[in-house]
Ligand binder design. Structure first.
Ligand SMILES: [Cu+2]
Length: 406
Protein backbone atom coordinates (compact mmCIF):
# COMPACT_ATOMS: atom_id res chain seq x y z
CA UNK A 1 0.00 0.00 0.00
CA UNK A 2 2.82 2.24 1.05
CA UNK A 3 4.63 1.60 -2.13
CA UNK A 4 1.50 2.23 -4.04
CA UNK A 5 0.85 5.34 -2.06
CA UNK A 6 4.42 6.50 -2.72
CA UNK A 7 4.06 5.74 -6.37
CA UNK A 8 0.81 7.51 -6.31
CA UNK A 9 2.49 10.52 -4.75
CA UNK A 10 5.24 10.32 -7.31
CA UNK A 11 2.63 10.27 -10.03
CA UNK A 12 0.82 13.16 -8.44
CA UNK A 13 4.10 15.08 -8.33
CA UNK A 14 4.72 14.35 -12.00
CA UNK A 15 1.23 15.44 -12.79
CA UNK A 16 1.69 18.58 -10.73
CA UNK A 17 4.97 19.37 -12.52
CA UNK A 18 3.26 18.84 -15.83
CA UNK A 19 0.43 20.99 -14.61
CA UNK A 20 2.93 23.68 -13.59
CA UNK A 21 4.54 23.48 -16.98
CA UNK A 22 1.10 23.56 -18.50
CA UNK A 23 0.24 26.61 -16.41
CA UNK A 24 3.44 28.25 -17.54
CA UNK A 25 2.66 27.31 -21.07
CA UNK A 26 -0.89 28.66 -20.68
CA UNK A 27 0.45 31.95 -19.34
CA UNK A 28 2.72 32.14 -22.29
CA UNK A 29 -0.27 31.51 -24.52
CA UNK A 30 -2.27 34.19 -22.71
CA UNK A 31 0.41 36.75 -23.44
CA UNK A 32 0.32 35.65 -27.08
CA UNK A 33 -3.42 36.05 -27.12
CA UNK A 34 -3.16 39.60 -25.78
CA UNK A 35 -0.64 40.49 -28.44
CA UNK A 36 -2.76 38.76 -31.08
CA UNK A 37 -5.85 40.58 -29.80
CA UNK A 38 -3.96 43.88 -29.90
CA UNK A 39 -2.80 43.19 -33.47
CA UNK A 40 -6.36 42.23 -34.41
CA UNK A 41 -7.71 45.52 -33.00
CA UNK A 42 -5.15 47.50 -34.99
CA UNK A 43 -5.92 45.47 -38.11
CA UNK A 44 -9.67 45.99 -37.73
CA UNK A 45 -9.14 49.71 -37.11
CA UNK A 46 -7.12 49.96 -40.32
CA UNK A 47 -9.79 47.99 -42.20
CA UNK A 48 -12.47 50.28 -40.73
CA UNK A 49 -10.56 53.45 -41.59
CA UNK A 50 -9.75 52.24 -45.09
CA UNK A 51 -13.34 51.22 -45.74
CA UNK A 52 -14.58 54.50 -44.20
CA UNK A 53 -12.22 56.43 -46.48
CA UNK A 54 -13.37 54.36 -49.44
CA UNK A 55 -16.98 55.19 -48.60
CA UNK A 56 -16.23 58.92 -48.11
CA UNK A 57 -16.89 61.21 -51.07
CA UNK A 58 -13.84 62.40 -52.99
CA UNK A 59 -14.78 65.96 -52.15
CA UNK A 60 -14.68 65.17 -48.41
CA UNK A 61 -10.89 64.82 -48.64
CA UNK A 62 -10.21 67.99 -50.64
CA UNK A 63 -9.14 71.40 -49.35
CA UNK A 64 -12.00 73.81 -48.73
CA UNK A 65 -12.02 77.48 -49.64
CA UNK A 66 -14.76 80.01 -48.99
CA UNK A 67 -15.41 82.29 -51.95
CA UNK A 68 -16.52 85.86 -51.28
CA UNK A 69 -19.22 86.58 -53.84
CA UNK A 70 -19.27 90.14 -55.15
CA UNK A 71 -22.15 92.24 -56.46
CA UNK A 72 -22.20 92.28 -60.30
CA UNK A 73 -20.53 93.44 -62.50
CA UNK A 74 -17.63 92.42 -60.27
CA UNK A 75 -16.13 88.95 -60.34
CA UNK A 76 -14.69 87.18 -57.27
CA UNK A 77 -10.91 87.28 -56.84
CA UNK A 78 -9.60 84.15 -58.49
CA UNK A 79 -6.51 82.47 -59.97
CA UNK A 80 -6.62 82.04 -63.75
CA UNK A 81 -4.50 78.88 -63.50
CA UNK A 82 -5.49 76.34 -60.85
CA UNK A 83 -3.24 74.76 -58.23
CA UNK A 84 -2.42 71.05 -58.16
CA UNK A 85 -5.42 69.88 -56.16
CA UNK A 86 -9.07 70.31 -56.89
CA UNK A 87 -10.92 72.06 -54.11
CA UNK A 88 -14.32 72.53 -52.61
CA UNK A 89 -15.46 76.12 -53.08
CA UNK A 90 -18.06 77.08 -50.50
CA UNK A 91 -20.48 79.89 -51.31
CA UNK A 92 -23.57 81.17 -49.55
CA UNK A 93 -26.50 82.95 -51.17
CA UNK A 94 -29.48 84.55 -49.44
CA UNK A 95 -32.68 85.03 -51.42
CA UNK A 96 -34.16 88.52 -51.26
CA UNK A 97 -37.70 89.43 -52.29
CA UNK A 98 -37.66 93.20 -52.50
CA UNK A 99 -38.87 96.22 -54.47
CA UNK A 100 -36.33 98.06 -56.62
CA UNK A 101 -36.43 100.86 -59.21
CA UNK A 102 -35.72 99.52 -62.66
CA UNK A 103 -35.62 102.68 -64.77
CA UNK A 104 -35.09 106.42 -64.57
CA UNK A 105 -38.87 107.03 -64.57
CA UNK A 106 -39.11 105.54 -61.09
CA UNK A 107 -40.83 102.33 -62.14
CA UNK A 108 -40.87 100.03 -59.14
CA UNK A 109 -40.82 96.29 -59.39
CA UNK A 110 -40.66 93.48 -56.84
CA UNK A 111 -37.67 91.35 -57.77
CA UNK A 112 -36.56 87.98 -56.49
CA UNK A 113 -32.81 88.21 -56.08
CA UNK A 114 -30.00 85.80 -55.33
CA UNK A 115 -27.83 87.67 -52.82
CA UNK A 116 -29.51 91.03 -53.11
CA UNK A 117 -28.58 91.68 -56.74
CA UNK A 118 -30.11 91.29 -60.20
CA UNK A 119 -28.46 89.31 -61.67
CA UNK A 120 -27.22 87.07 -58.87
CA UNK A 121 -23.48 86.94 -58.26
CA UNK A 122 -21.07 85.03 -60.48
CA UNK A 123 -19.23 82.06 -58.95
CA UNK A 124 -15.74 81.23 -60.28
CA UNK A 125 -14.09 77.81 -59.98
CA UNK A 126 -11.84 75.55 -62.03
CA UNK A 127 -12.72 72.37 -63.85
CA UNK A 128 -12.72 69.51 -61.33
CA UNK A 129 -13.54 71.74 -58.37
CA UNK A 130 -16.72 71.34 -56.36
CA UNK A 131 -19.20 74.11 -55.61
CA UNK A 132 -20.89 73.79 -52.24
CA UNK A 133 -23.76 76.25 -52.07
CA UNK A 134 -25.72 77.12 -48.96
CA UNK A 135 -29.00 78.61 -50.19
CA UNK A 136 -31.00 80.52 -47.59
CA UNK A 137 -34.65 81.55 -47.98
CA UNK A 138 -35.33 83.82 -44.98
CA UNK A 139 -38.62 83.70 -43.02
CA UNK A 140 -39.65 87.18 -44.26
CA UNK A 141 -39.92 85.90 -47.86
CA UNK A 142 -43.22 84.75 -49.34
CA UNK A 143 -42.29 82.20 -51.98
CA UNK A 144 -40.56 78.88 -52.39
CA UNK A 145 -37.35 79.08 -54.42
CA UNK A 146 -34.61 76.78 -55.68
CA UNK A 147 -31.65 76.82 -58.08
CA UNK A 148 -30.84 75.10 -61.37
CA UNK A 149 -27.13 75.24 -62.28
CA UNK A 150 -26.60 74.77 -66.02
CA UNK A 151 -22.93 74.00 -65.26
CA UNK A 152 -23.82 71.02 -63.05
CA UNK A 153 -24.53 67.41 -63.95
CA UNK A 154 -27.68 65.79 -62.59
CA UNK A 155 -31.40 66.00 -63.17
CA UNK A 156 -32.80 69.54 -63.02
CA UNK A 157 -29.32 70.92 -62.35
CA UNK A 158 -29.91 70.58 -58.63
CA UNK A 159 -33.36 72.14 -58.91
CA UNK A 160 -35.07 69.10 -57.40
CA UNK A 161 -32.69 69.06 -54.41
CA UNK A 162 -32.84 72.71 -53.49
CA UNK A 163 -36.50 73.69 -52.99
CA UNK A 164 -36.54 75.92 -49.93
CA UNK A 165 -39.62 77.40 -48.28
CA UNK A 166 -39.39 80.69 -46.37
CA UNK A 167 -37.46 79.91 -43.18
CA UNK A 168 -35.44 77.07 -44.73
CA UNK A 169 -31.92 76.62 -46.02
CA UNK A 170 -30.35 73.85 -48.09
CA UNK A 171 -26.78 72.84 -48.97
CA UNK A 172 -25.97 71.44 -52.42
CA UNK A 173 -22.56 70.27 -53.61
CA UNK A 174 -21.80 69.58 -57.28
CA UNK A 175 -18.74 68.94 -59.37
CA UNK A 176 -17.75 71.37 -62.12
CA UNK A 177 -16.85 69.00 -64.96
CA UNK A 178 -17.40 71.29 -67.98
CA UNK A 179 -15.16 74.35 -68.43
CA UNK A 180 -17.05 77.38 -69.62
CA UNK A 181 -19.48 80.08 -68.57
CA UNK A 182 -23.01 79.07 -67.64
CA UNK A 183 -26.18 80.54 -66.19
CA UNK A 184 -28.03 79.45 -63.08
CA UNK A 185 -31.60 80.37 -62.24
CA UNK A 186 -34.54 79.67 -59.97
CA UNK A 187 -36.91 77.00 -61.34
CA UNK A 188 -39.66 76.23 -58.83
CA UNK A 189 -41.91 74.57 -61.42
CA UNK A 190 -44.55 75.42 -64.06
CA UNK A 191 -45.18 79.07 -64.88
CA UNK A 192 -43.29 79.94 -61.68
CA UNK A 193 -40.07 79.15 -63.59
CA UNK A 194 -40.25 82.02 -66.12
CA UNK A 195 -41.98 84.26 -63.55
CA UNK A 196 -39.08 83.90 -61.09
CA UNK A 197 -36.47 84.22 -63.86
CA UNK A 198 -37.97 87.44 -65.22
CA UNK A 199 -38.13 88.72 -61.66
CA UNK A 200 -34.34 88.65 -61.68
CA UNK A 201 -33.61 85.24 -60.18
CA UNK A 202 -30.64 84.25 -62.29
CA UNK A 203 -26.87 84.43 -62.29
CA UNK A 204 -23.74 82.83 -63.71
CA UNK A 205 -20.91 80.40 -63.02
CA UNK A 206 -17.48 80.49 -64.67
CA UNK A 207 -15.58 77.20 -64.73
CA UNK A 208 -12.05 77.93 -65.91
CA UNK A 209 -9.84 75.22 -67.46
CA UNK A 210 -7.27 74.18 -64.84
CA UNK A 211 -4.43 75.60 -66.97
CA UNK A 212 -6.36 78.75 -67.88
CA UNK A 213 -7.81 80.04 -71.13
CA UNK A 214 -6.14 79.32 -74.48
CA UNK A 215 -6.37 80.54 -78.04
CA UNK A 216 -7.06 78.12 -80.89
CA UNK A 217 -3.34 77.28 -81.17
CA UNK A 218 -3.09 76.44 -77.49
CA UNK A 219 -1.30 79.62 -76.44
CA UNK A 220 -2.33 80.98 -73.05
CA UNK A 221 -4.76 83.91 -72.91
CA UNK A 222 -4.67 85.97 -69.74
CA UNK A 223 -6.84 88.90 -68.69
CA UNK A 224 -6.14 91.82 -66.39
CA UNK A 225 -9.70 92.13 -65.13
CA UNK A 226 -13.08 90.57 -65.61
CA UNK A 227 -16.61 91.97 -65.67
CA UNK A 228 -19.88 90.08 -65.54
CA UNK A 229 -22.89 91.56 -67.31
CA UNK A 230 -26.25 89.99 -66.52
CA UNK A 231 -28.94 90.97 -68.99
CA UNK A 232 -32.49 90.99 -67.70
CA UNK A 233 -35.83 91.25 -69.49
CA UNK A 234 -38.71 92.64 -67.40
CA UNK A 235 -42.43 92.51 -68.31
CA UNK A 236 -44.20 95.28 -66.40
CA UNK A 237 -47.98 95.68 -66.97
CA UNK A 238 -49.37 99.15 -67.73
CA UNK A 239 -52.53 100.79 -66.38
CA UNK A 240 -55.32 102.31 -68.49
CA UNK A 241 -53.29 105.53 -68.86
CA UNK A 242 -50.22 103.73 -70.16
CA UNK A 243 -48.24 104.06 -66.94
CA UNK A 244 -46.34 101.15 -65.49
CA UNK A 245 -48.28 99.57 -62.65
CA UNK A 246 -46.72 99.29 -59.21
CA UNK A 247 -47.66 96.23 -57.19
CA UNK A 248 -46.93 96.59 -53.51
CA UNK A 249 -48.08 93.24 -52.18
CA UNK A 250 -46.17 89.99 -52.84
CA UNK A 251 -47.90 87.99 -55.52
CA UNK A 252 -49.94 90.95 -56.75
CA UNK A 253 -49.64 91.41 -60.46
CA UNK A 254 -48.85 87.77 -61.12
CA UNK A 255 -51.65 87.21 -63.65
CA UNK A 256 -51.20 90.64 -65.27
CA UNK A 257 -47.45 90.10 -65.55
CA UNK A 258 -48.07 86.72 -67.15
CA UNK A 259 -50.29 88.46 -69.72
CA UNK A 260 -47.38 90.71 -70.69
CA UNK A 261 -44.98 87.75 -70.66
CA UNK A 262 -47.26 85.95 -73.13
CA UNK A 263 -46.64 88.73 -75.67
CA UNK A 264 -42.90 87.91 -75.52
CA UNK A 265 -42.39 91.68 -75.62
CA UNK A 266 -40.42 92.94 -72.64
CA UNK A 267 -41.11 96.39 -71.24
CA UNK A 268 -37.45 96.66 -70.18
CA UNK A 269 -34.24 94.94 -71.22
CA UNK A 270 -31.51 96.03 -68.83
CA UNK A 271 -28.03 95.23 -67.59
CA UNK A 272 -27.44 94.81 -63.87
CA UNK A 273 -31.08 95.11 -62.86
CA UNK A 274 -31.95 98.62 -64.03
CA UNK A 275 -31.64 101.06 -66.90
CA UNK A 276 -28.26 102.86 -66.76
CA UNK A 277 -26.92 100.87 -63.84
CA UNK A 278 -23.56 100.47 -65.63
CA UNK A 279 -23.19 103.92 -67.17
CA UNK A 280 -21.73 107.27 -66.05
CA UNK A 281 -20.29 106.98 -62.55
CA UNK A 282 -21.10 103.28 -62.51
CA UNK A 283 -19.39 102.54 -65.83
CA UNK A 284 -16.95 99.66 -65.99
CA UNK A 285 -13.34 100.88 -66.21
CA UNK A 286 -10.12 99.87 -67.93
CA UNK A 287 -6.74 101.29 -68.91
CA UNK A 288 -5.31 101.39 -72.43
CA UNK A 289 -3.35 98.18 -72.83
CA UNK A 290 -5.49 96.23 -70.40
CA UNK A 291 -7.13 92.99 -71.44
CA UNK A 292 -10.66 92.63 -70.13
CA UNK A 293 -12.83 89.52 -69.94
CA UNK A 294 -16.55 90.22 -70.37
CA UNK A 295 -18.96 87.49 -69.29
CA UNK A 296 -22.46 88.07 -70.60
CA UNK A 297 -25.39 86.02 -69.28
CA UNK A 298 -29.04 85.92 -70.36
CA UNK A 299 -31.23 83.30 -68.70
CA UNK A 300 -34.38 83.80 -70.75
CA UNK A 301 -33.93 85.58 -74.03
CA UNK A 302 -31.51 85.77 -76.97
CA UNK A 303 -29.09 88.66 -77.06
CA UNK A 304 -26.15 89.93 -79.08
CA UNK A 305 -23.40 91.79 -77.19
CA UNK A 306 -21.35 94.38 -79.04
CA UNK A 307 -18.60 96.73 -77.88
CA UNK A 308 -18.84 99.95 -79.87
CA UNK A 309 -15.33 100.90 -80.99
CA UNK A 310 -13.83 97.59 -79.93
CA UNK A 311 -14.11 93.93 -80.82
CA UNK A 312 -14.26 90.50 -79.38
CA UNK A 313 -10.57 89.58 -79.79
CA UNK A 314 -11.41 86.11 -78.51
CA UNK A 315 -15.00 85.00 -78.09
CA UNK A 316 -16.61 81.84 -76.81
CA UNK A 317 -20.15 82.60 -78.05
CA UNK A 318 -21.84 79.65 -76.35
CA UNK A 319 -19.51 79.73 -73.41
CA UNK A 320 -17.64 76.42 -73.76
CA UNK A 321 -13.93 76.84 -73.01
CA UNK A 322 -13.26 73.43 -74.60
CA UNK A 323 -14.01 75.02 -77.97
CA UNK A 324 -11.38 77.21 -79.64
CA UNK A 325 -12.35 80.85 -79.30
CA UNK A 326 -13.59 82.72 -82.33
CA UNK A 327 -11.56 85.83 -83.11
CA UNK A 328 -12.10 89.50 -83.94
CA UNK A 329 -15.89 89.40 -83.81
CA UNK A 330 -17.91 92.61 -84.06
CA UNK A 331 -20.99 91.14 -82.39
CA UNK A 332 -21.59 87.75 -80.86
CA UNK A 333 -24.72 85.79 -80.15
CA UNK A 334 -25.92 84.54 -76.77
CA UNK A 335 -28.96 82.27 -76.90
CA UNK A 336 -31.45 82.66 -74.07
CA UNK A 337 -30.41 80.37 -71.22
CA UNK A 338 -26.70 80.74 -71.81
CA UNK A 339 -23.65 82.83 -71.10
CA UNK A 340 -20.79 83.88 -73.37
CA UNK A 341 -17.26 85.06 -72.73
CA UNK A 342 -15.36 87.66 -74.76
CA UNK A 343 -11.90 89.10 -74.34
CA UNK A 344 -10.74 92.48 -75.59
CA UNK A 345 -7.52 94.45 -75.18
CA UNK A 346 -8.24 98.19 -75.19
CA UNK A 347 -6.01 100.26 -77.49
CA UNK A 348 -7.63 103.68 -77.21
CA UNK A 349 -9.01 105.77 -74.36
CA UNK A 350 -12.59 106.99 -74.23
CA UNK A 351 -16.10 105.91 -73.36
CA UNK A 352 -16.98 102.65 -75.03
CA UNK A 353 -20.62 101.60 -75.14
CA UNK A 354 -21.19 97.92 -74.50
CA UNK A 355 -24.68 96.97 -75.58
CA UNK A 356 -27.16 94.47 -76.90
CA UNK A 357 -26.96 95.28 -80.61
CA UNK A 358 -30.67 95.11 -81.08
CA UNK A 359 -30.46 98.88 -80.84
CA UNK A 360 -34.12 99.23 -79.88
CA UNK A 361 -33.48 97.03 -76.87
CA UNK A 362 -30.29 98.97 -76.11
CA UNK A 363 -31.39 102.59 -76.48
CA UNK A 364 -35.13 102.38 -75.79
CA UNK A 365 -35.48 99.41 -73.45
CA UNK A 366 -32.20 99.90 -71.60
CA UNK A 367 -29.68 97.17 -72.57
CA UNK A 368 -26.51 99.21 -72.65
CA UNK A 369 -23.50 99.83 -70.44
CA UNK A 370 -20.30 101.82 -70.69
CA UNK A 371 -16.61 101.10 -70.29
CA UNK A 372 -14.57 104.16 -69.34
CA UNK A 373 -11.05 103.64 -70.67
CA UNK A 374 -8.15 105.85 -69.59
CA UNK A 375 -4.83 106.23 -71.39
CA UNK A 376 -3.02 107.82 -74.30
CA UNK A 377 -4.73 108.27 -77.66
CA UNK A 378 -3.10 106.52 -80.64
CA UNK A 379 -3.30 108.74 -83.77
CA UNK A 380 -2.13 105.86 -85.92
CA UNK A 381 -5.29 103.91 -85.12
CA UNK A 382 -7.65 106.90 -85.42
CA UNK A 383 -7.20 110.64 -85.99
CA UNK A 384 -9.61 113.52 -86.63
CA UNK A 385 -8.08 115.24 -89.68
CA UNK A 386 -10.52 118.20 -89.65
CA UNK A 387 -12.77 119.36 -86.84
CA UNK A 388 -16.49 119.93 -87.66
CA UNK A 389 -16.60 123.30 -89.51
CA UNK A 390 -18.26 125.04 -92.51
CA UNK A 391 -18.55 122.98 -95.70
CA UNK A 392 -15.83 123.77 -98.24
CA UNK A 393 -17.87 123.42 -101.48
CA UNK A 394 -14.84 124.40 -103.58
CA UNK A 395 -12.94 121.47 -102.23
CA UNK A 396 -15.92 119.25 -103.04
CA UNK A 397 -16.00 120.63 -106.64
CA UNK A 398 -12.28 119.90 -106.99
CA UNK A 399 -12.96 116.41 -105.73
CA UNK A 400 -15.67 115.88 -108.41
CA UNK A 401 -13.36 117.23 -111.13
CA UNK A 402 -10.62 114.87 -110.00
CA UNK A 403 -13.01 111.97 -110.63
CA UNK A 404 -13.88 113.04 -114.24
CA UNK A 405 -11.05 111.21 -115.98
CA UNK A 406 -11.38 108.11 -113.81
CU1 LIG B 1 -37.37 81.73 -57.09
Amino acid sequence: MNINYKLDLENKKDEWDKFEEQEFSLDFLNISNKVAFFILVIFLSIVFLVSFKANADTADNLPVVVQKLLPPPFVPIHDQVAGQSSKVVKVTMIIEEKIIEIDDEGTQFRVFAFNDSVPGPIIVVHEGDYIELTLINPEKNNFQHNIDFHASTGALGGGGLTHVLPGEEVILRWKATKPGVFVYHCAPGGAMVPWHVVKGMNGAVMVLPRDGLKDRDGNPIRYDKAYYIGEQDFYIPKDEYGNYKIFKEPGDGYSETLEVMRTLTPSHVVFNGAVDSLTGENAMTAEVGETVLFIHAQSNRDTRPHLIGGHGDFVWPNGSFNDPPRTNLETWFVPGGAAAAAIYTFHQPGTYVYLNHNLIEAFILGAKAEVQVNGKWNDDLMKQIKEPSDIDWNAYEQHLLSLVDK
